[in-house]
Design a protein around this ligand. Structure first.
Ligand code: GLC
Length: 625
């Protein structure tokens, strides 16, 4: 393909005359910014020095850390495909349909154009649902990878204004502001419509056109110009700019990150920018103190086991494993699961950005409405345990999570989120070393001081109702004069004397922890000879315990050998194939004698076949009568 035909492809990206004035203004601005940032350009293109003071940064991040909960919206032309292209059906990532069904940009545009018919009040529906759910901000896709822009762009005719004669970006921003919500704009770094944009393997935008034949600088200019259009103030303030995504070699310098960030910060001095101008696999960069890699990190579809220390982060999550609407994605997380995931993220110091994928006309399907409404109902009673809170002081709690807040008078409020409510009306809080001055069930009664006592290296709360106030999580607020003492984490026995050890309870060497992404169980895998997991326990009753391990294997042909030990006592056992990575089986791993007191159990791998995996999901220890 010759460069000429590349340019011909721009016919569906040719600016109209009305837009030329805008183009000229944007070009002038680009020149200005380029001159202003010339000095900065002499530094390594890829790295932006961190020059902001801690105090300034805190001021800029304050509303976002107070907010804790936001709504993500994926909606564009892809929504009108509804997860279906001819015979092909897509349940996951339906917003990727152009690429996954291998559709060239011109065919995609022609097919989708007549289907795109936004209803009159779609934006109001989004804003109302976000508000009702207790979300404080909304991040919506201004342009996803397909390249279609919701704002009125002078750079292209592949935008909402040219398709519908409506500025949908404006409609959305107006609706969000109308509900007092902060405005976040998602903008894709990839573009499957622009002929000079990197399209990855398969080159969707122009089939057969290799990267070497593309003029990346043309696309980068286009990218910067479009980002300028959405941030230069014509749509008011932008609270979050959510860029997506980077993968070497297309990261940092390839996008001219420094110049882009300068442009955005000049346009919007208070904006928060996510981390995806650079490759996003590592949630924390070693050099992040010296260099700036975005204001917050963005784990996707999972909540990091112990949060991400020293870094602000936001888990973005789907209701049903697709971001964009697919009529084939029918399996949704339950409201309880979603409420608990929100709490889980917040209890580890993160934000939670929960997605809706509106239908072709922008309306929201009943299952999504039901779930956001349920979150809102829970938030009405329990919102104070989410907004403005920080990570709780516990690394693990057997029945739920905790968040905390320092109140205006300097006192400390601890929120216990009880997922599994004790029918006995007694709750043991392991490791808590201070007695609160007062307690309160959110949405329920006060807890008097006679009902709170020190016990077994923690505190015991009695006289609680025997049924929870809310099935997903009932919250107990405990007030202290100052931050309470909390002992390092240990697993305590259940009332029948047995211990359940979960993957997140372990400290690992060599082996790796995997989070509970949808349809996966949390587990420890990547075992090699000599790798181990250690679980800290608090044993009340010395004695013999039988050990059972729930696990699944992948590509294991014969056997892997493991050793389980407590102090000098140890016991080896073998693991055979379970039939596949999702075939969970419980195996007996023998018996062990435990002394009373703090004890550490070690599970170590002795030998394992190359390229095979053992996934450990749970250990159960039961006292032998
Ligand atoms: C991924 C996907 C994209 C989705 C995003 C949300 O990067 O490419 O489809 O918008 O994640 O985090």
């Amino acid at each position: 393909m010759t460069p000429l035909s590349i340019k011909n492809h721009l016919k569906f990206g040719k600016p109209n005359t009305m837009k030329k004035a805008y183009l000229f203004a944007a070009a002038c601005l680009t020149v200005l910014v380029a001159v202003a940032s010339l000095e900065a350009q002499t530094e390594s293109e890829d790295l932006i020095l961190n020059t902001e003071s801690v105090a300034d940064r805190q001021t800029r991040m304050a509303w976002w850390k107070e907010a804790r909960f936001g709504m993500f919206v994926h909606w564009g032309l892809y929504s009108s495909a509804e997860g279906e292209w001819g015979e092909k059906k897509f349940v996951r990532a339906a917003e990727w349909i152009q690429k996954n069904a291998k559709i060239p940009a011109d065919v995609y545009e022609k097919t989708m154009r007549p289907k795109f018919k936004p209803s009159a009040d779609f934006a109001t529906q989004w804003a109302q649902l976000a508000k009702q759910a207790g979300a404080k901000y909304v991040v919506f896709t201004n342009k996803h990878h397909e390249g279609f822009a919701l704002h009125d762009s002078a750079q292209t005719e592949f935008d909402a204004k040219d398709f519908t004669d409506r500025d949908l970006h404006q409609e959305i921003v107006t609706a969000l502001r109308g509900q007092g919500l902060k405005v976040g704009v998602y903008h894709s770094l990839w573009d499957w419509h622009h002929p000079d944009a990197p399209a990855g393997k398969g080159a969707v935008n122009v089939p057969g056109l290799q990267m070497a034949d593309r003029e990346l600088p043309n696309y980068v200019d286009y990218l910067h110009a479009q980002v300028n259009e959405i941030t230069d103030g014509r749509y008011g303030a932008v609270d979050v700019l959510w860029l997506d995504y980077s993968k070497p070699p297309f990261q940092g310098a390839a996008w001219q990150a420094k110049k882009l960030v300068d442009l955005v910060r000049t346009n919007q001095p208070n904006v928060l920018i996510n981390n995806r101008l650079w490759k996003n696999t590592k949630e924390q960069r070693e050099d992040s103190k010296q260099y700036w890699f975005g204001d917050f990190s963005t784990p996707e579809q999972h909540i990091p086991a112990t949060g991400i220390e020293g870094v602000d982060w936001e888990t973005c999550d789907t209701l049903n494993i697709t971001w964009g609407w697919s009529k084939h994605a029918t399996q949704y997380k339950s409201s309880t699961e979603l409420i608990q995931r929100l709490i889980d993220a917040v209890s580890k110091g993160g934000n939670y950005l929960l997605n809706i994928g509106p239908r072709p006309d922008g309306s929201i399907d009943p299952k999504s409405v039901e779930r956001f409404t349920a979150i809102g109902d829970w938030m009405k009673i329990n919102g104070e345990s989410i907004y403005g809170t920080q990570a709780g002081p516990f690394s693990r709690l057997p029945w739920g999570r905790a968040s905390a807040k320092v109140l205006d008078d300097g006192s400390y409020r601890l929120y216990l989120h009880v997922f599994k409510w004790p029918k006995s009306g007694e709750l043991f809080v392991p490791g808590l070393g201070s007695i609160p001055v007062k307690g309160q069930l959110l949405g329920g009664a006060a807890i008097g001081s006679p009902e709170i006592s020190q016990a077994r290296g923690g505190i015991q709360i009695t006289g609680l109702p025997t049924a929870p106030i809310h099935d997903s999580s009932t919250v107990i607020a405990l007030d202290f004069d100052k931050a309470p003492e909390v002992a390092p984490f240990r697993v305590y026995a259940a009332t029948d004397g047995s211990f359940t050890l979960e993957p997140a309870d372990a400290s690992l060497k060599g082996a790796k922890y995997h989070d509970n992404e949808m349809f996966h169980r949390s587990n420890i895998d990547s075992w090699k000879a000599q790798s181990h997991a250690r679980f800290p326990l608090q044993v009340e009753t010395a004695g013999t315990y039988e050990v059972q391990i729930e696990l699944a294997t992948h590509r294991l042909k014969s056997k892997a050998e493991f050793v389980i030990s407590v102090g000098d006592a140890q016991h080896s056992f073998k693991v055979g194939p379970t039939g596949g990575p999702k075939q969970w089986k419980t195996i007996d791993a023998g018996t062990l004698d435990f002394p009373a007191g703090p004890v550490e159990i070690q599970l170590a791998c002795e030998s394992i076949e190359d390229n095979s995996q053992v996934k450990v999901a749970k250990l159960t220890l039961r006292p032998v009568k």
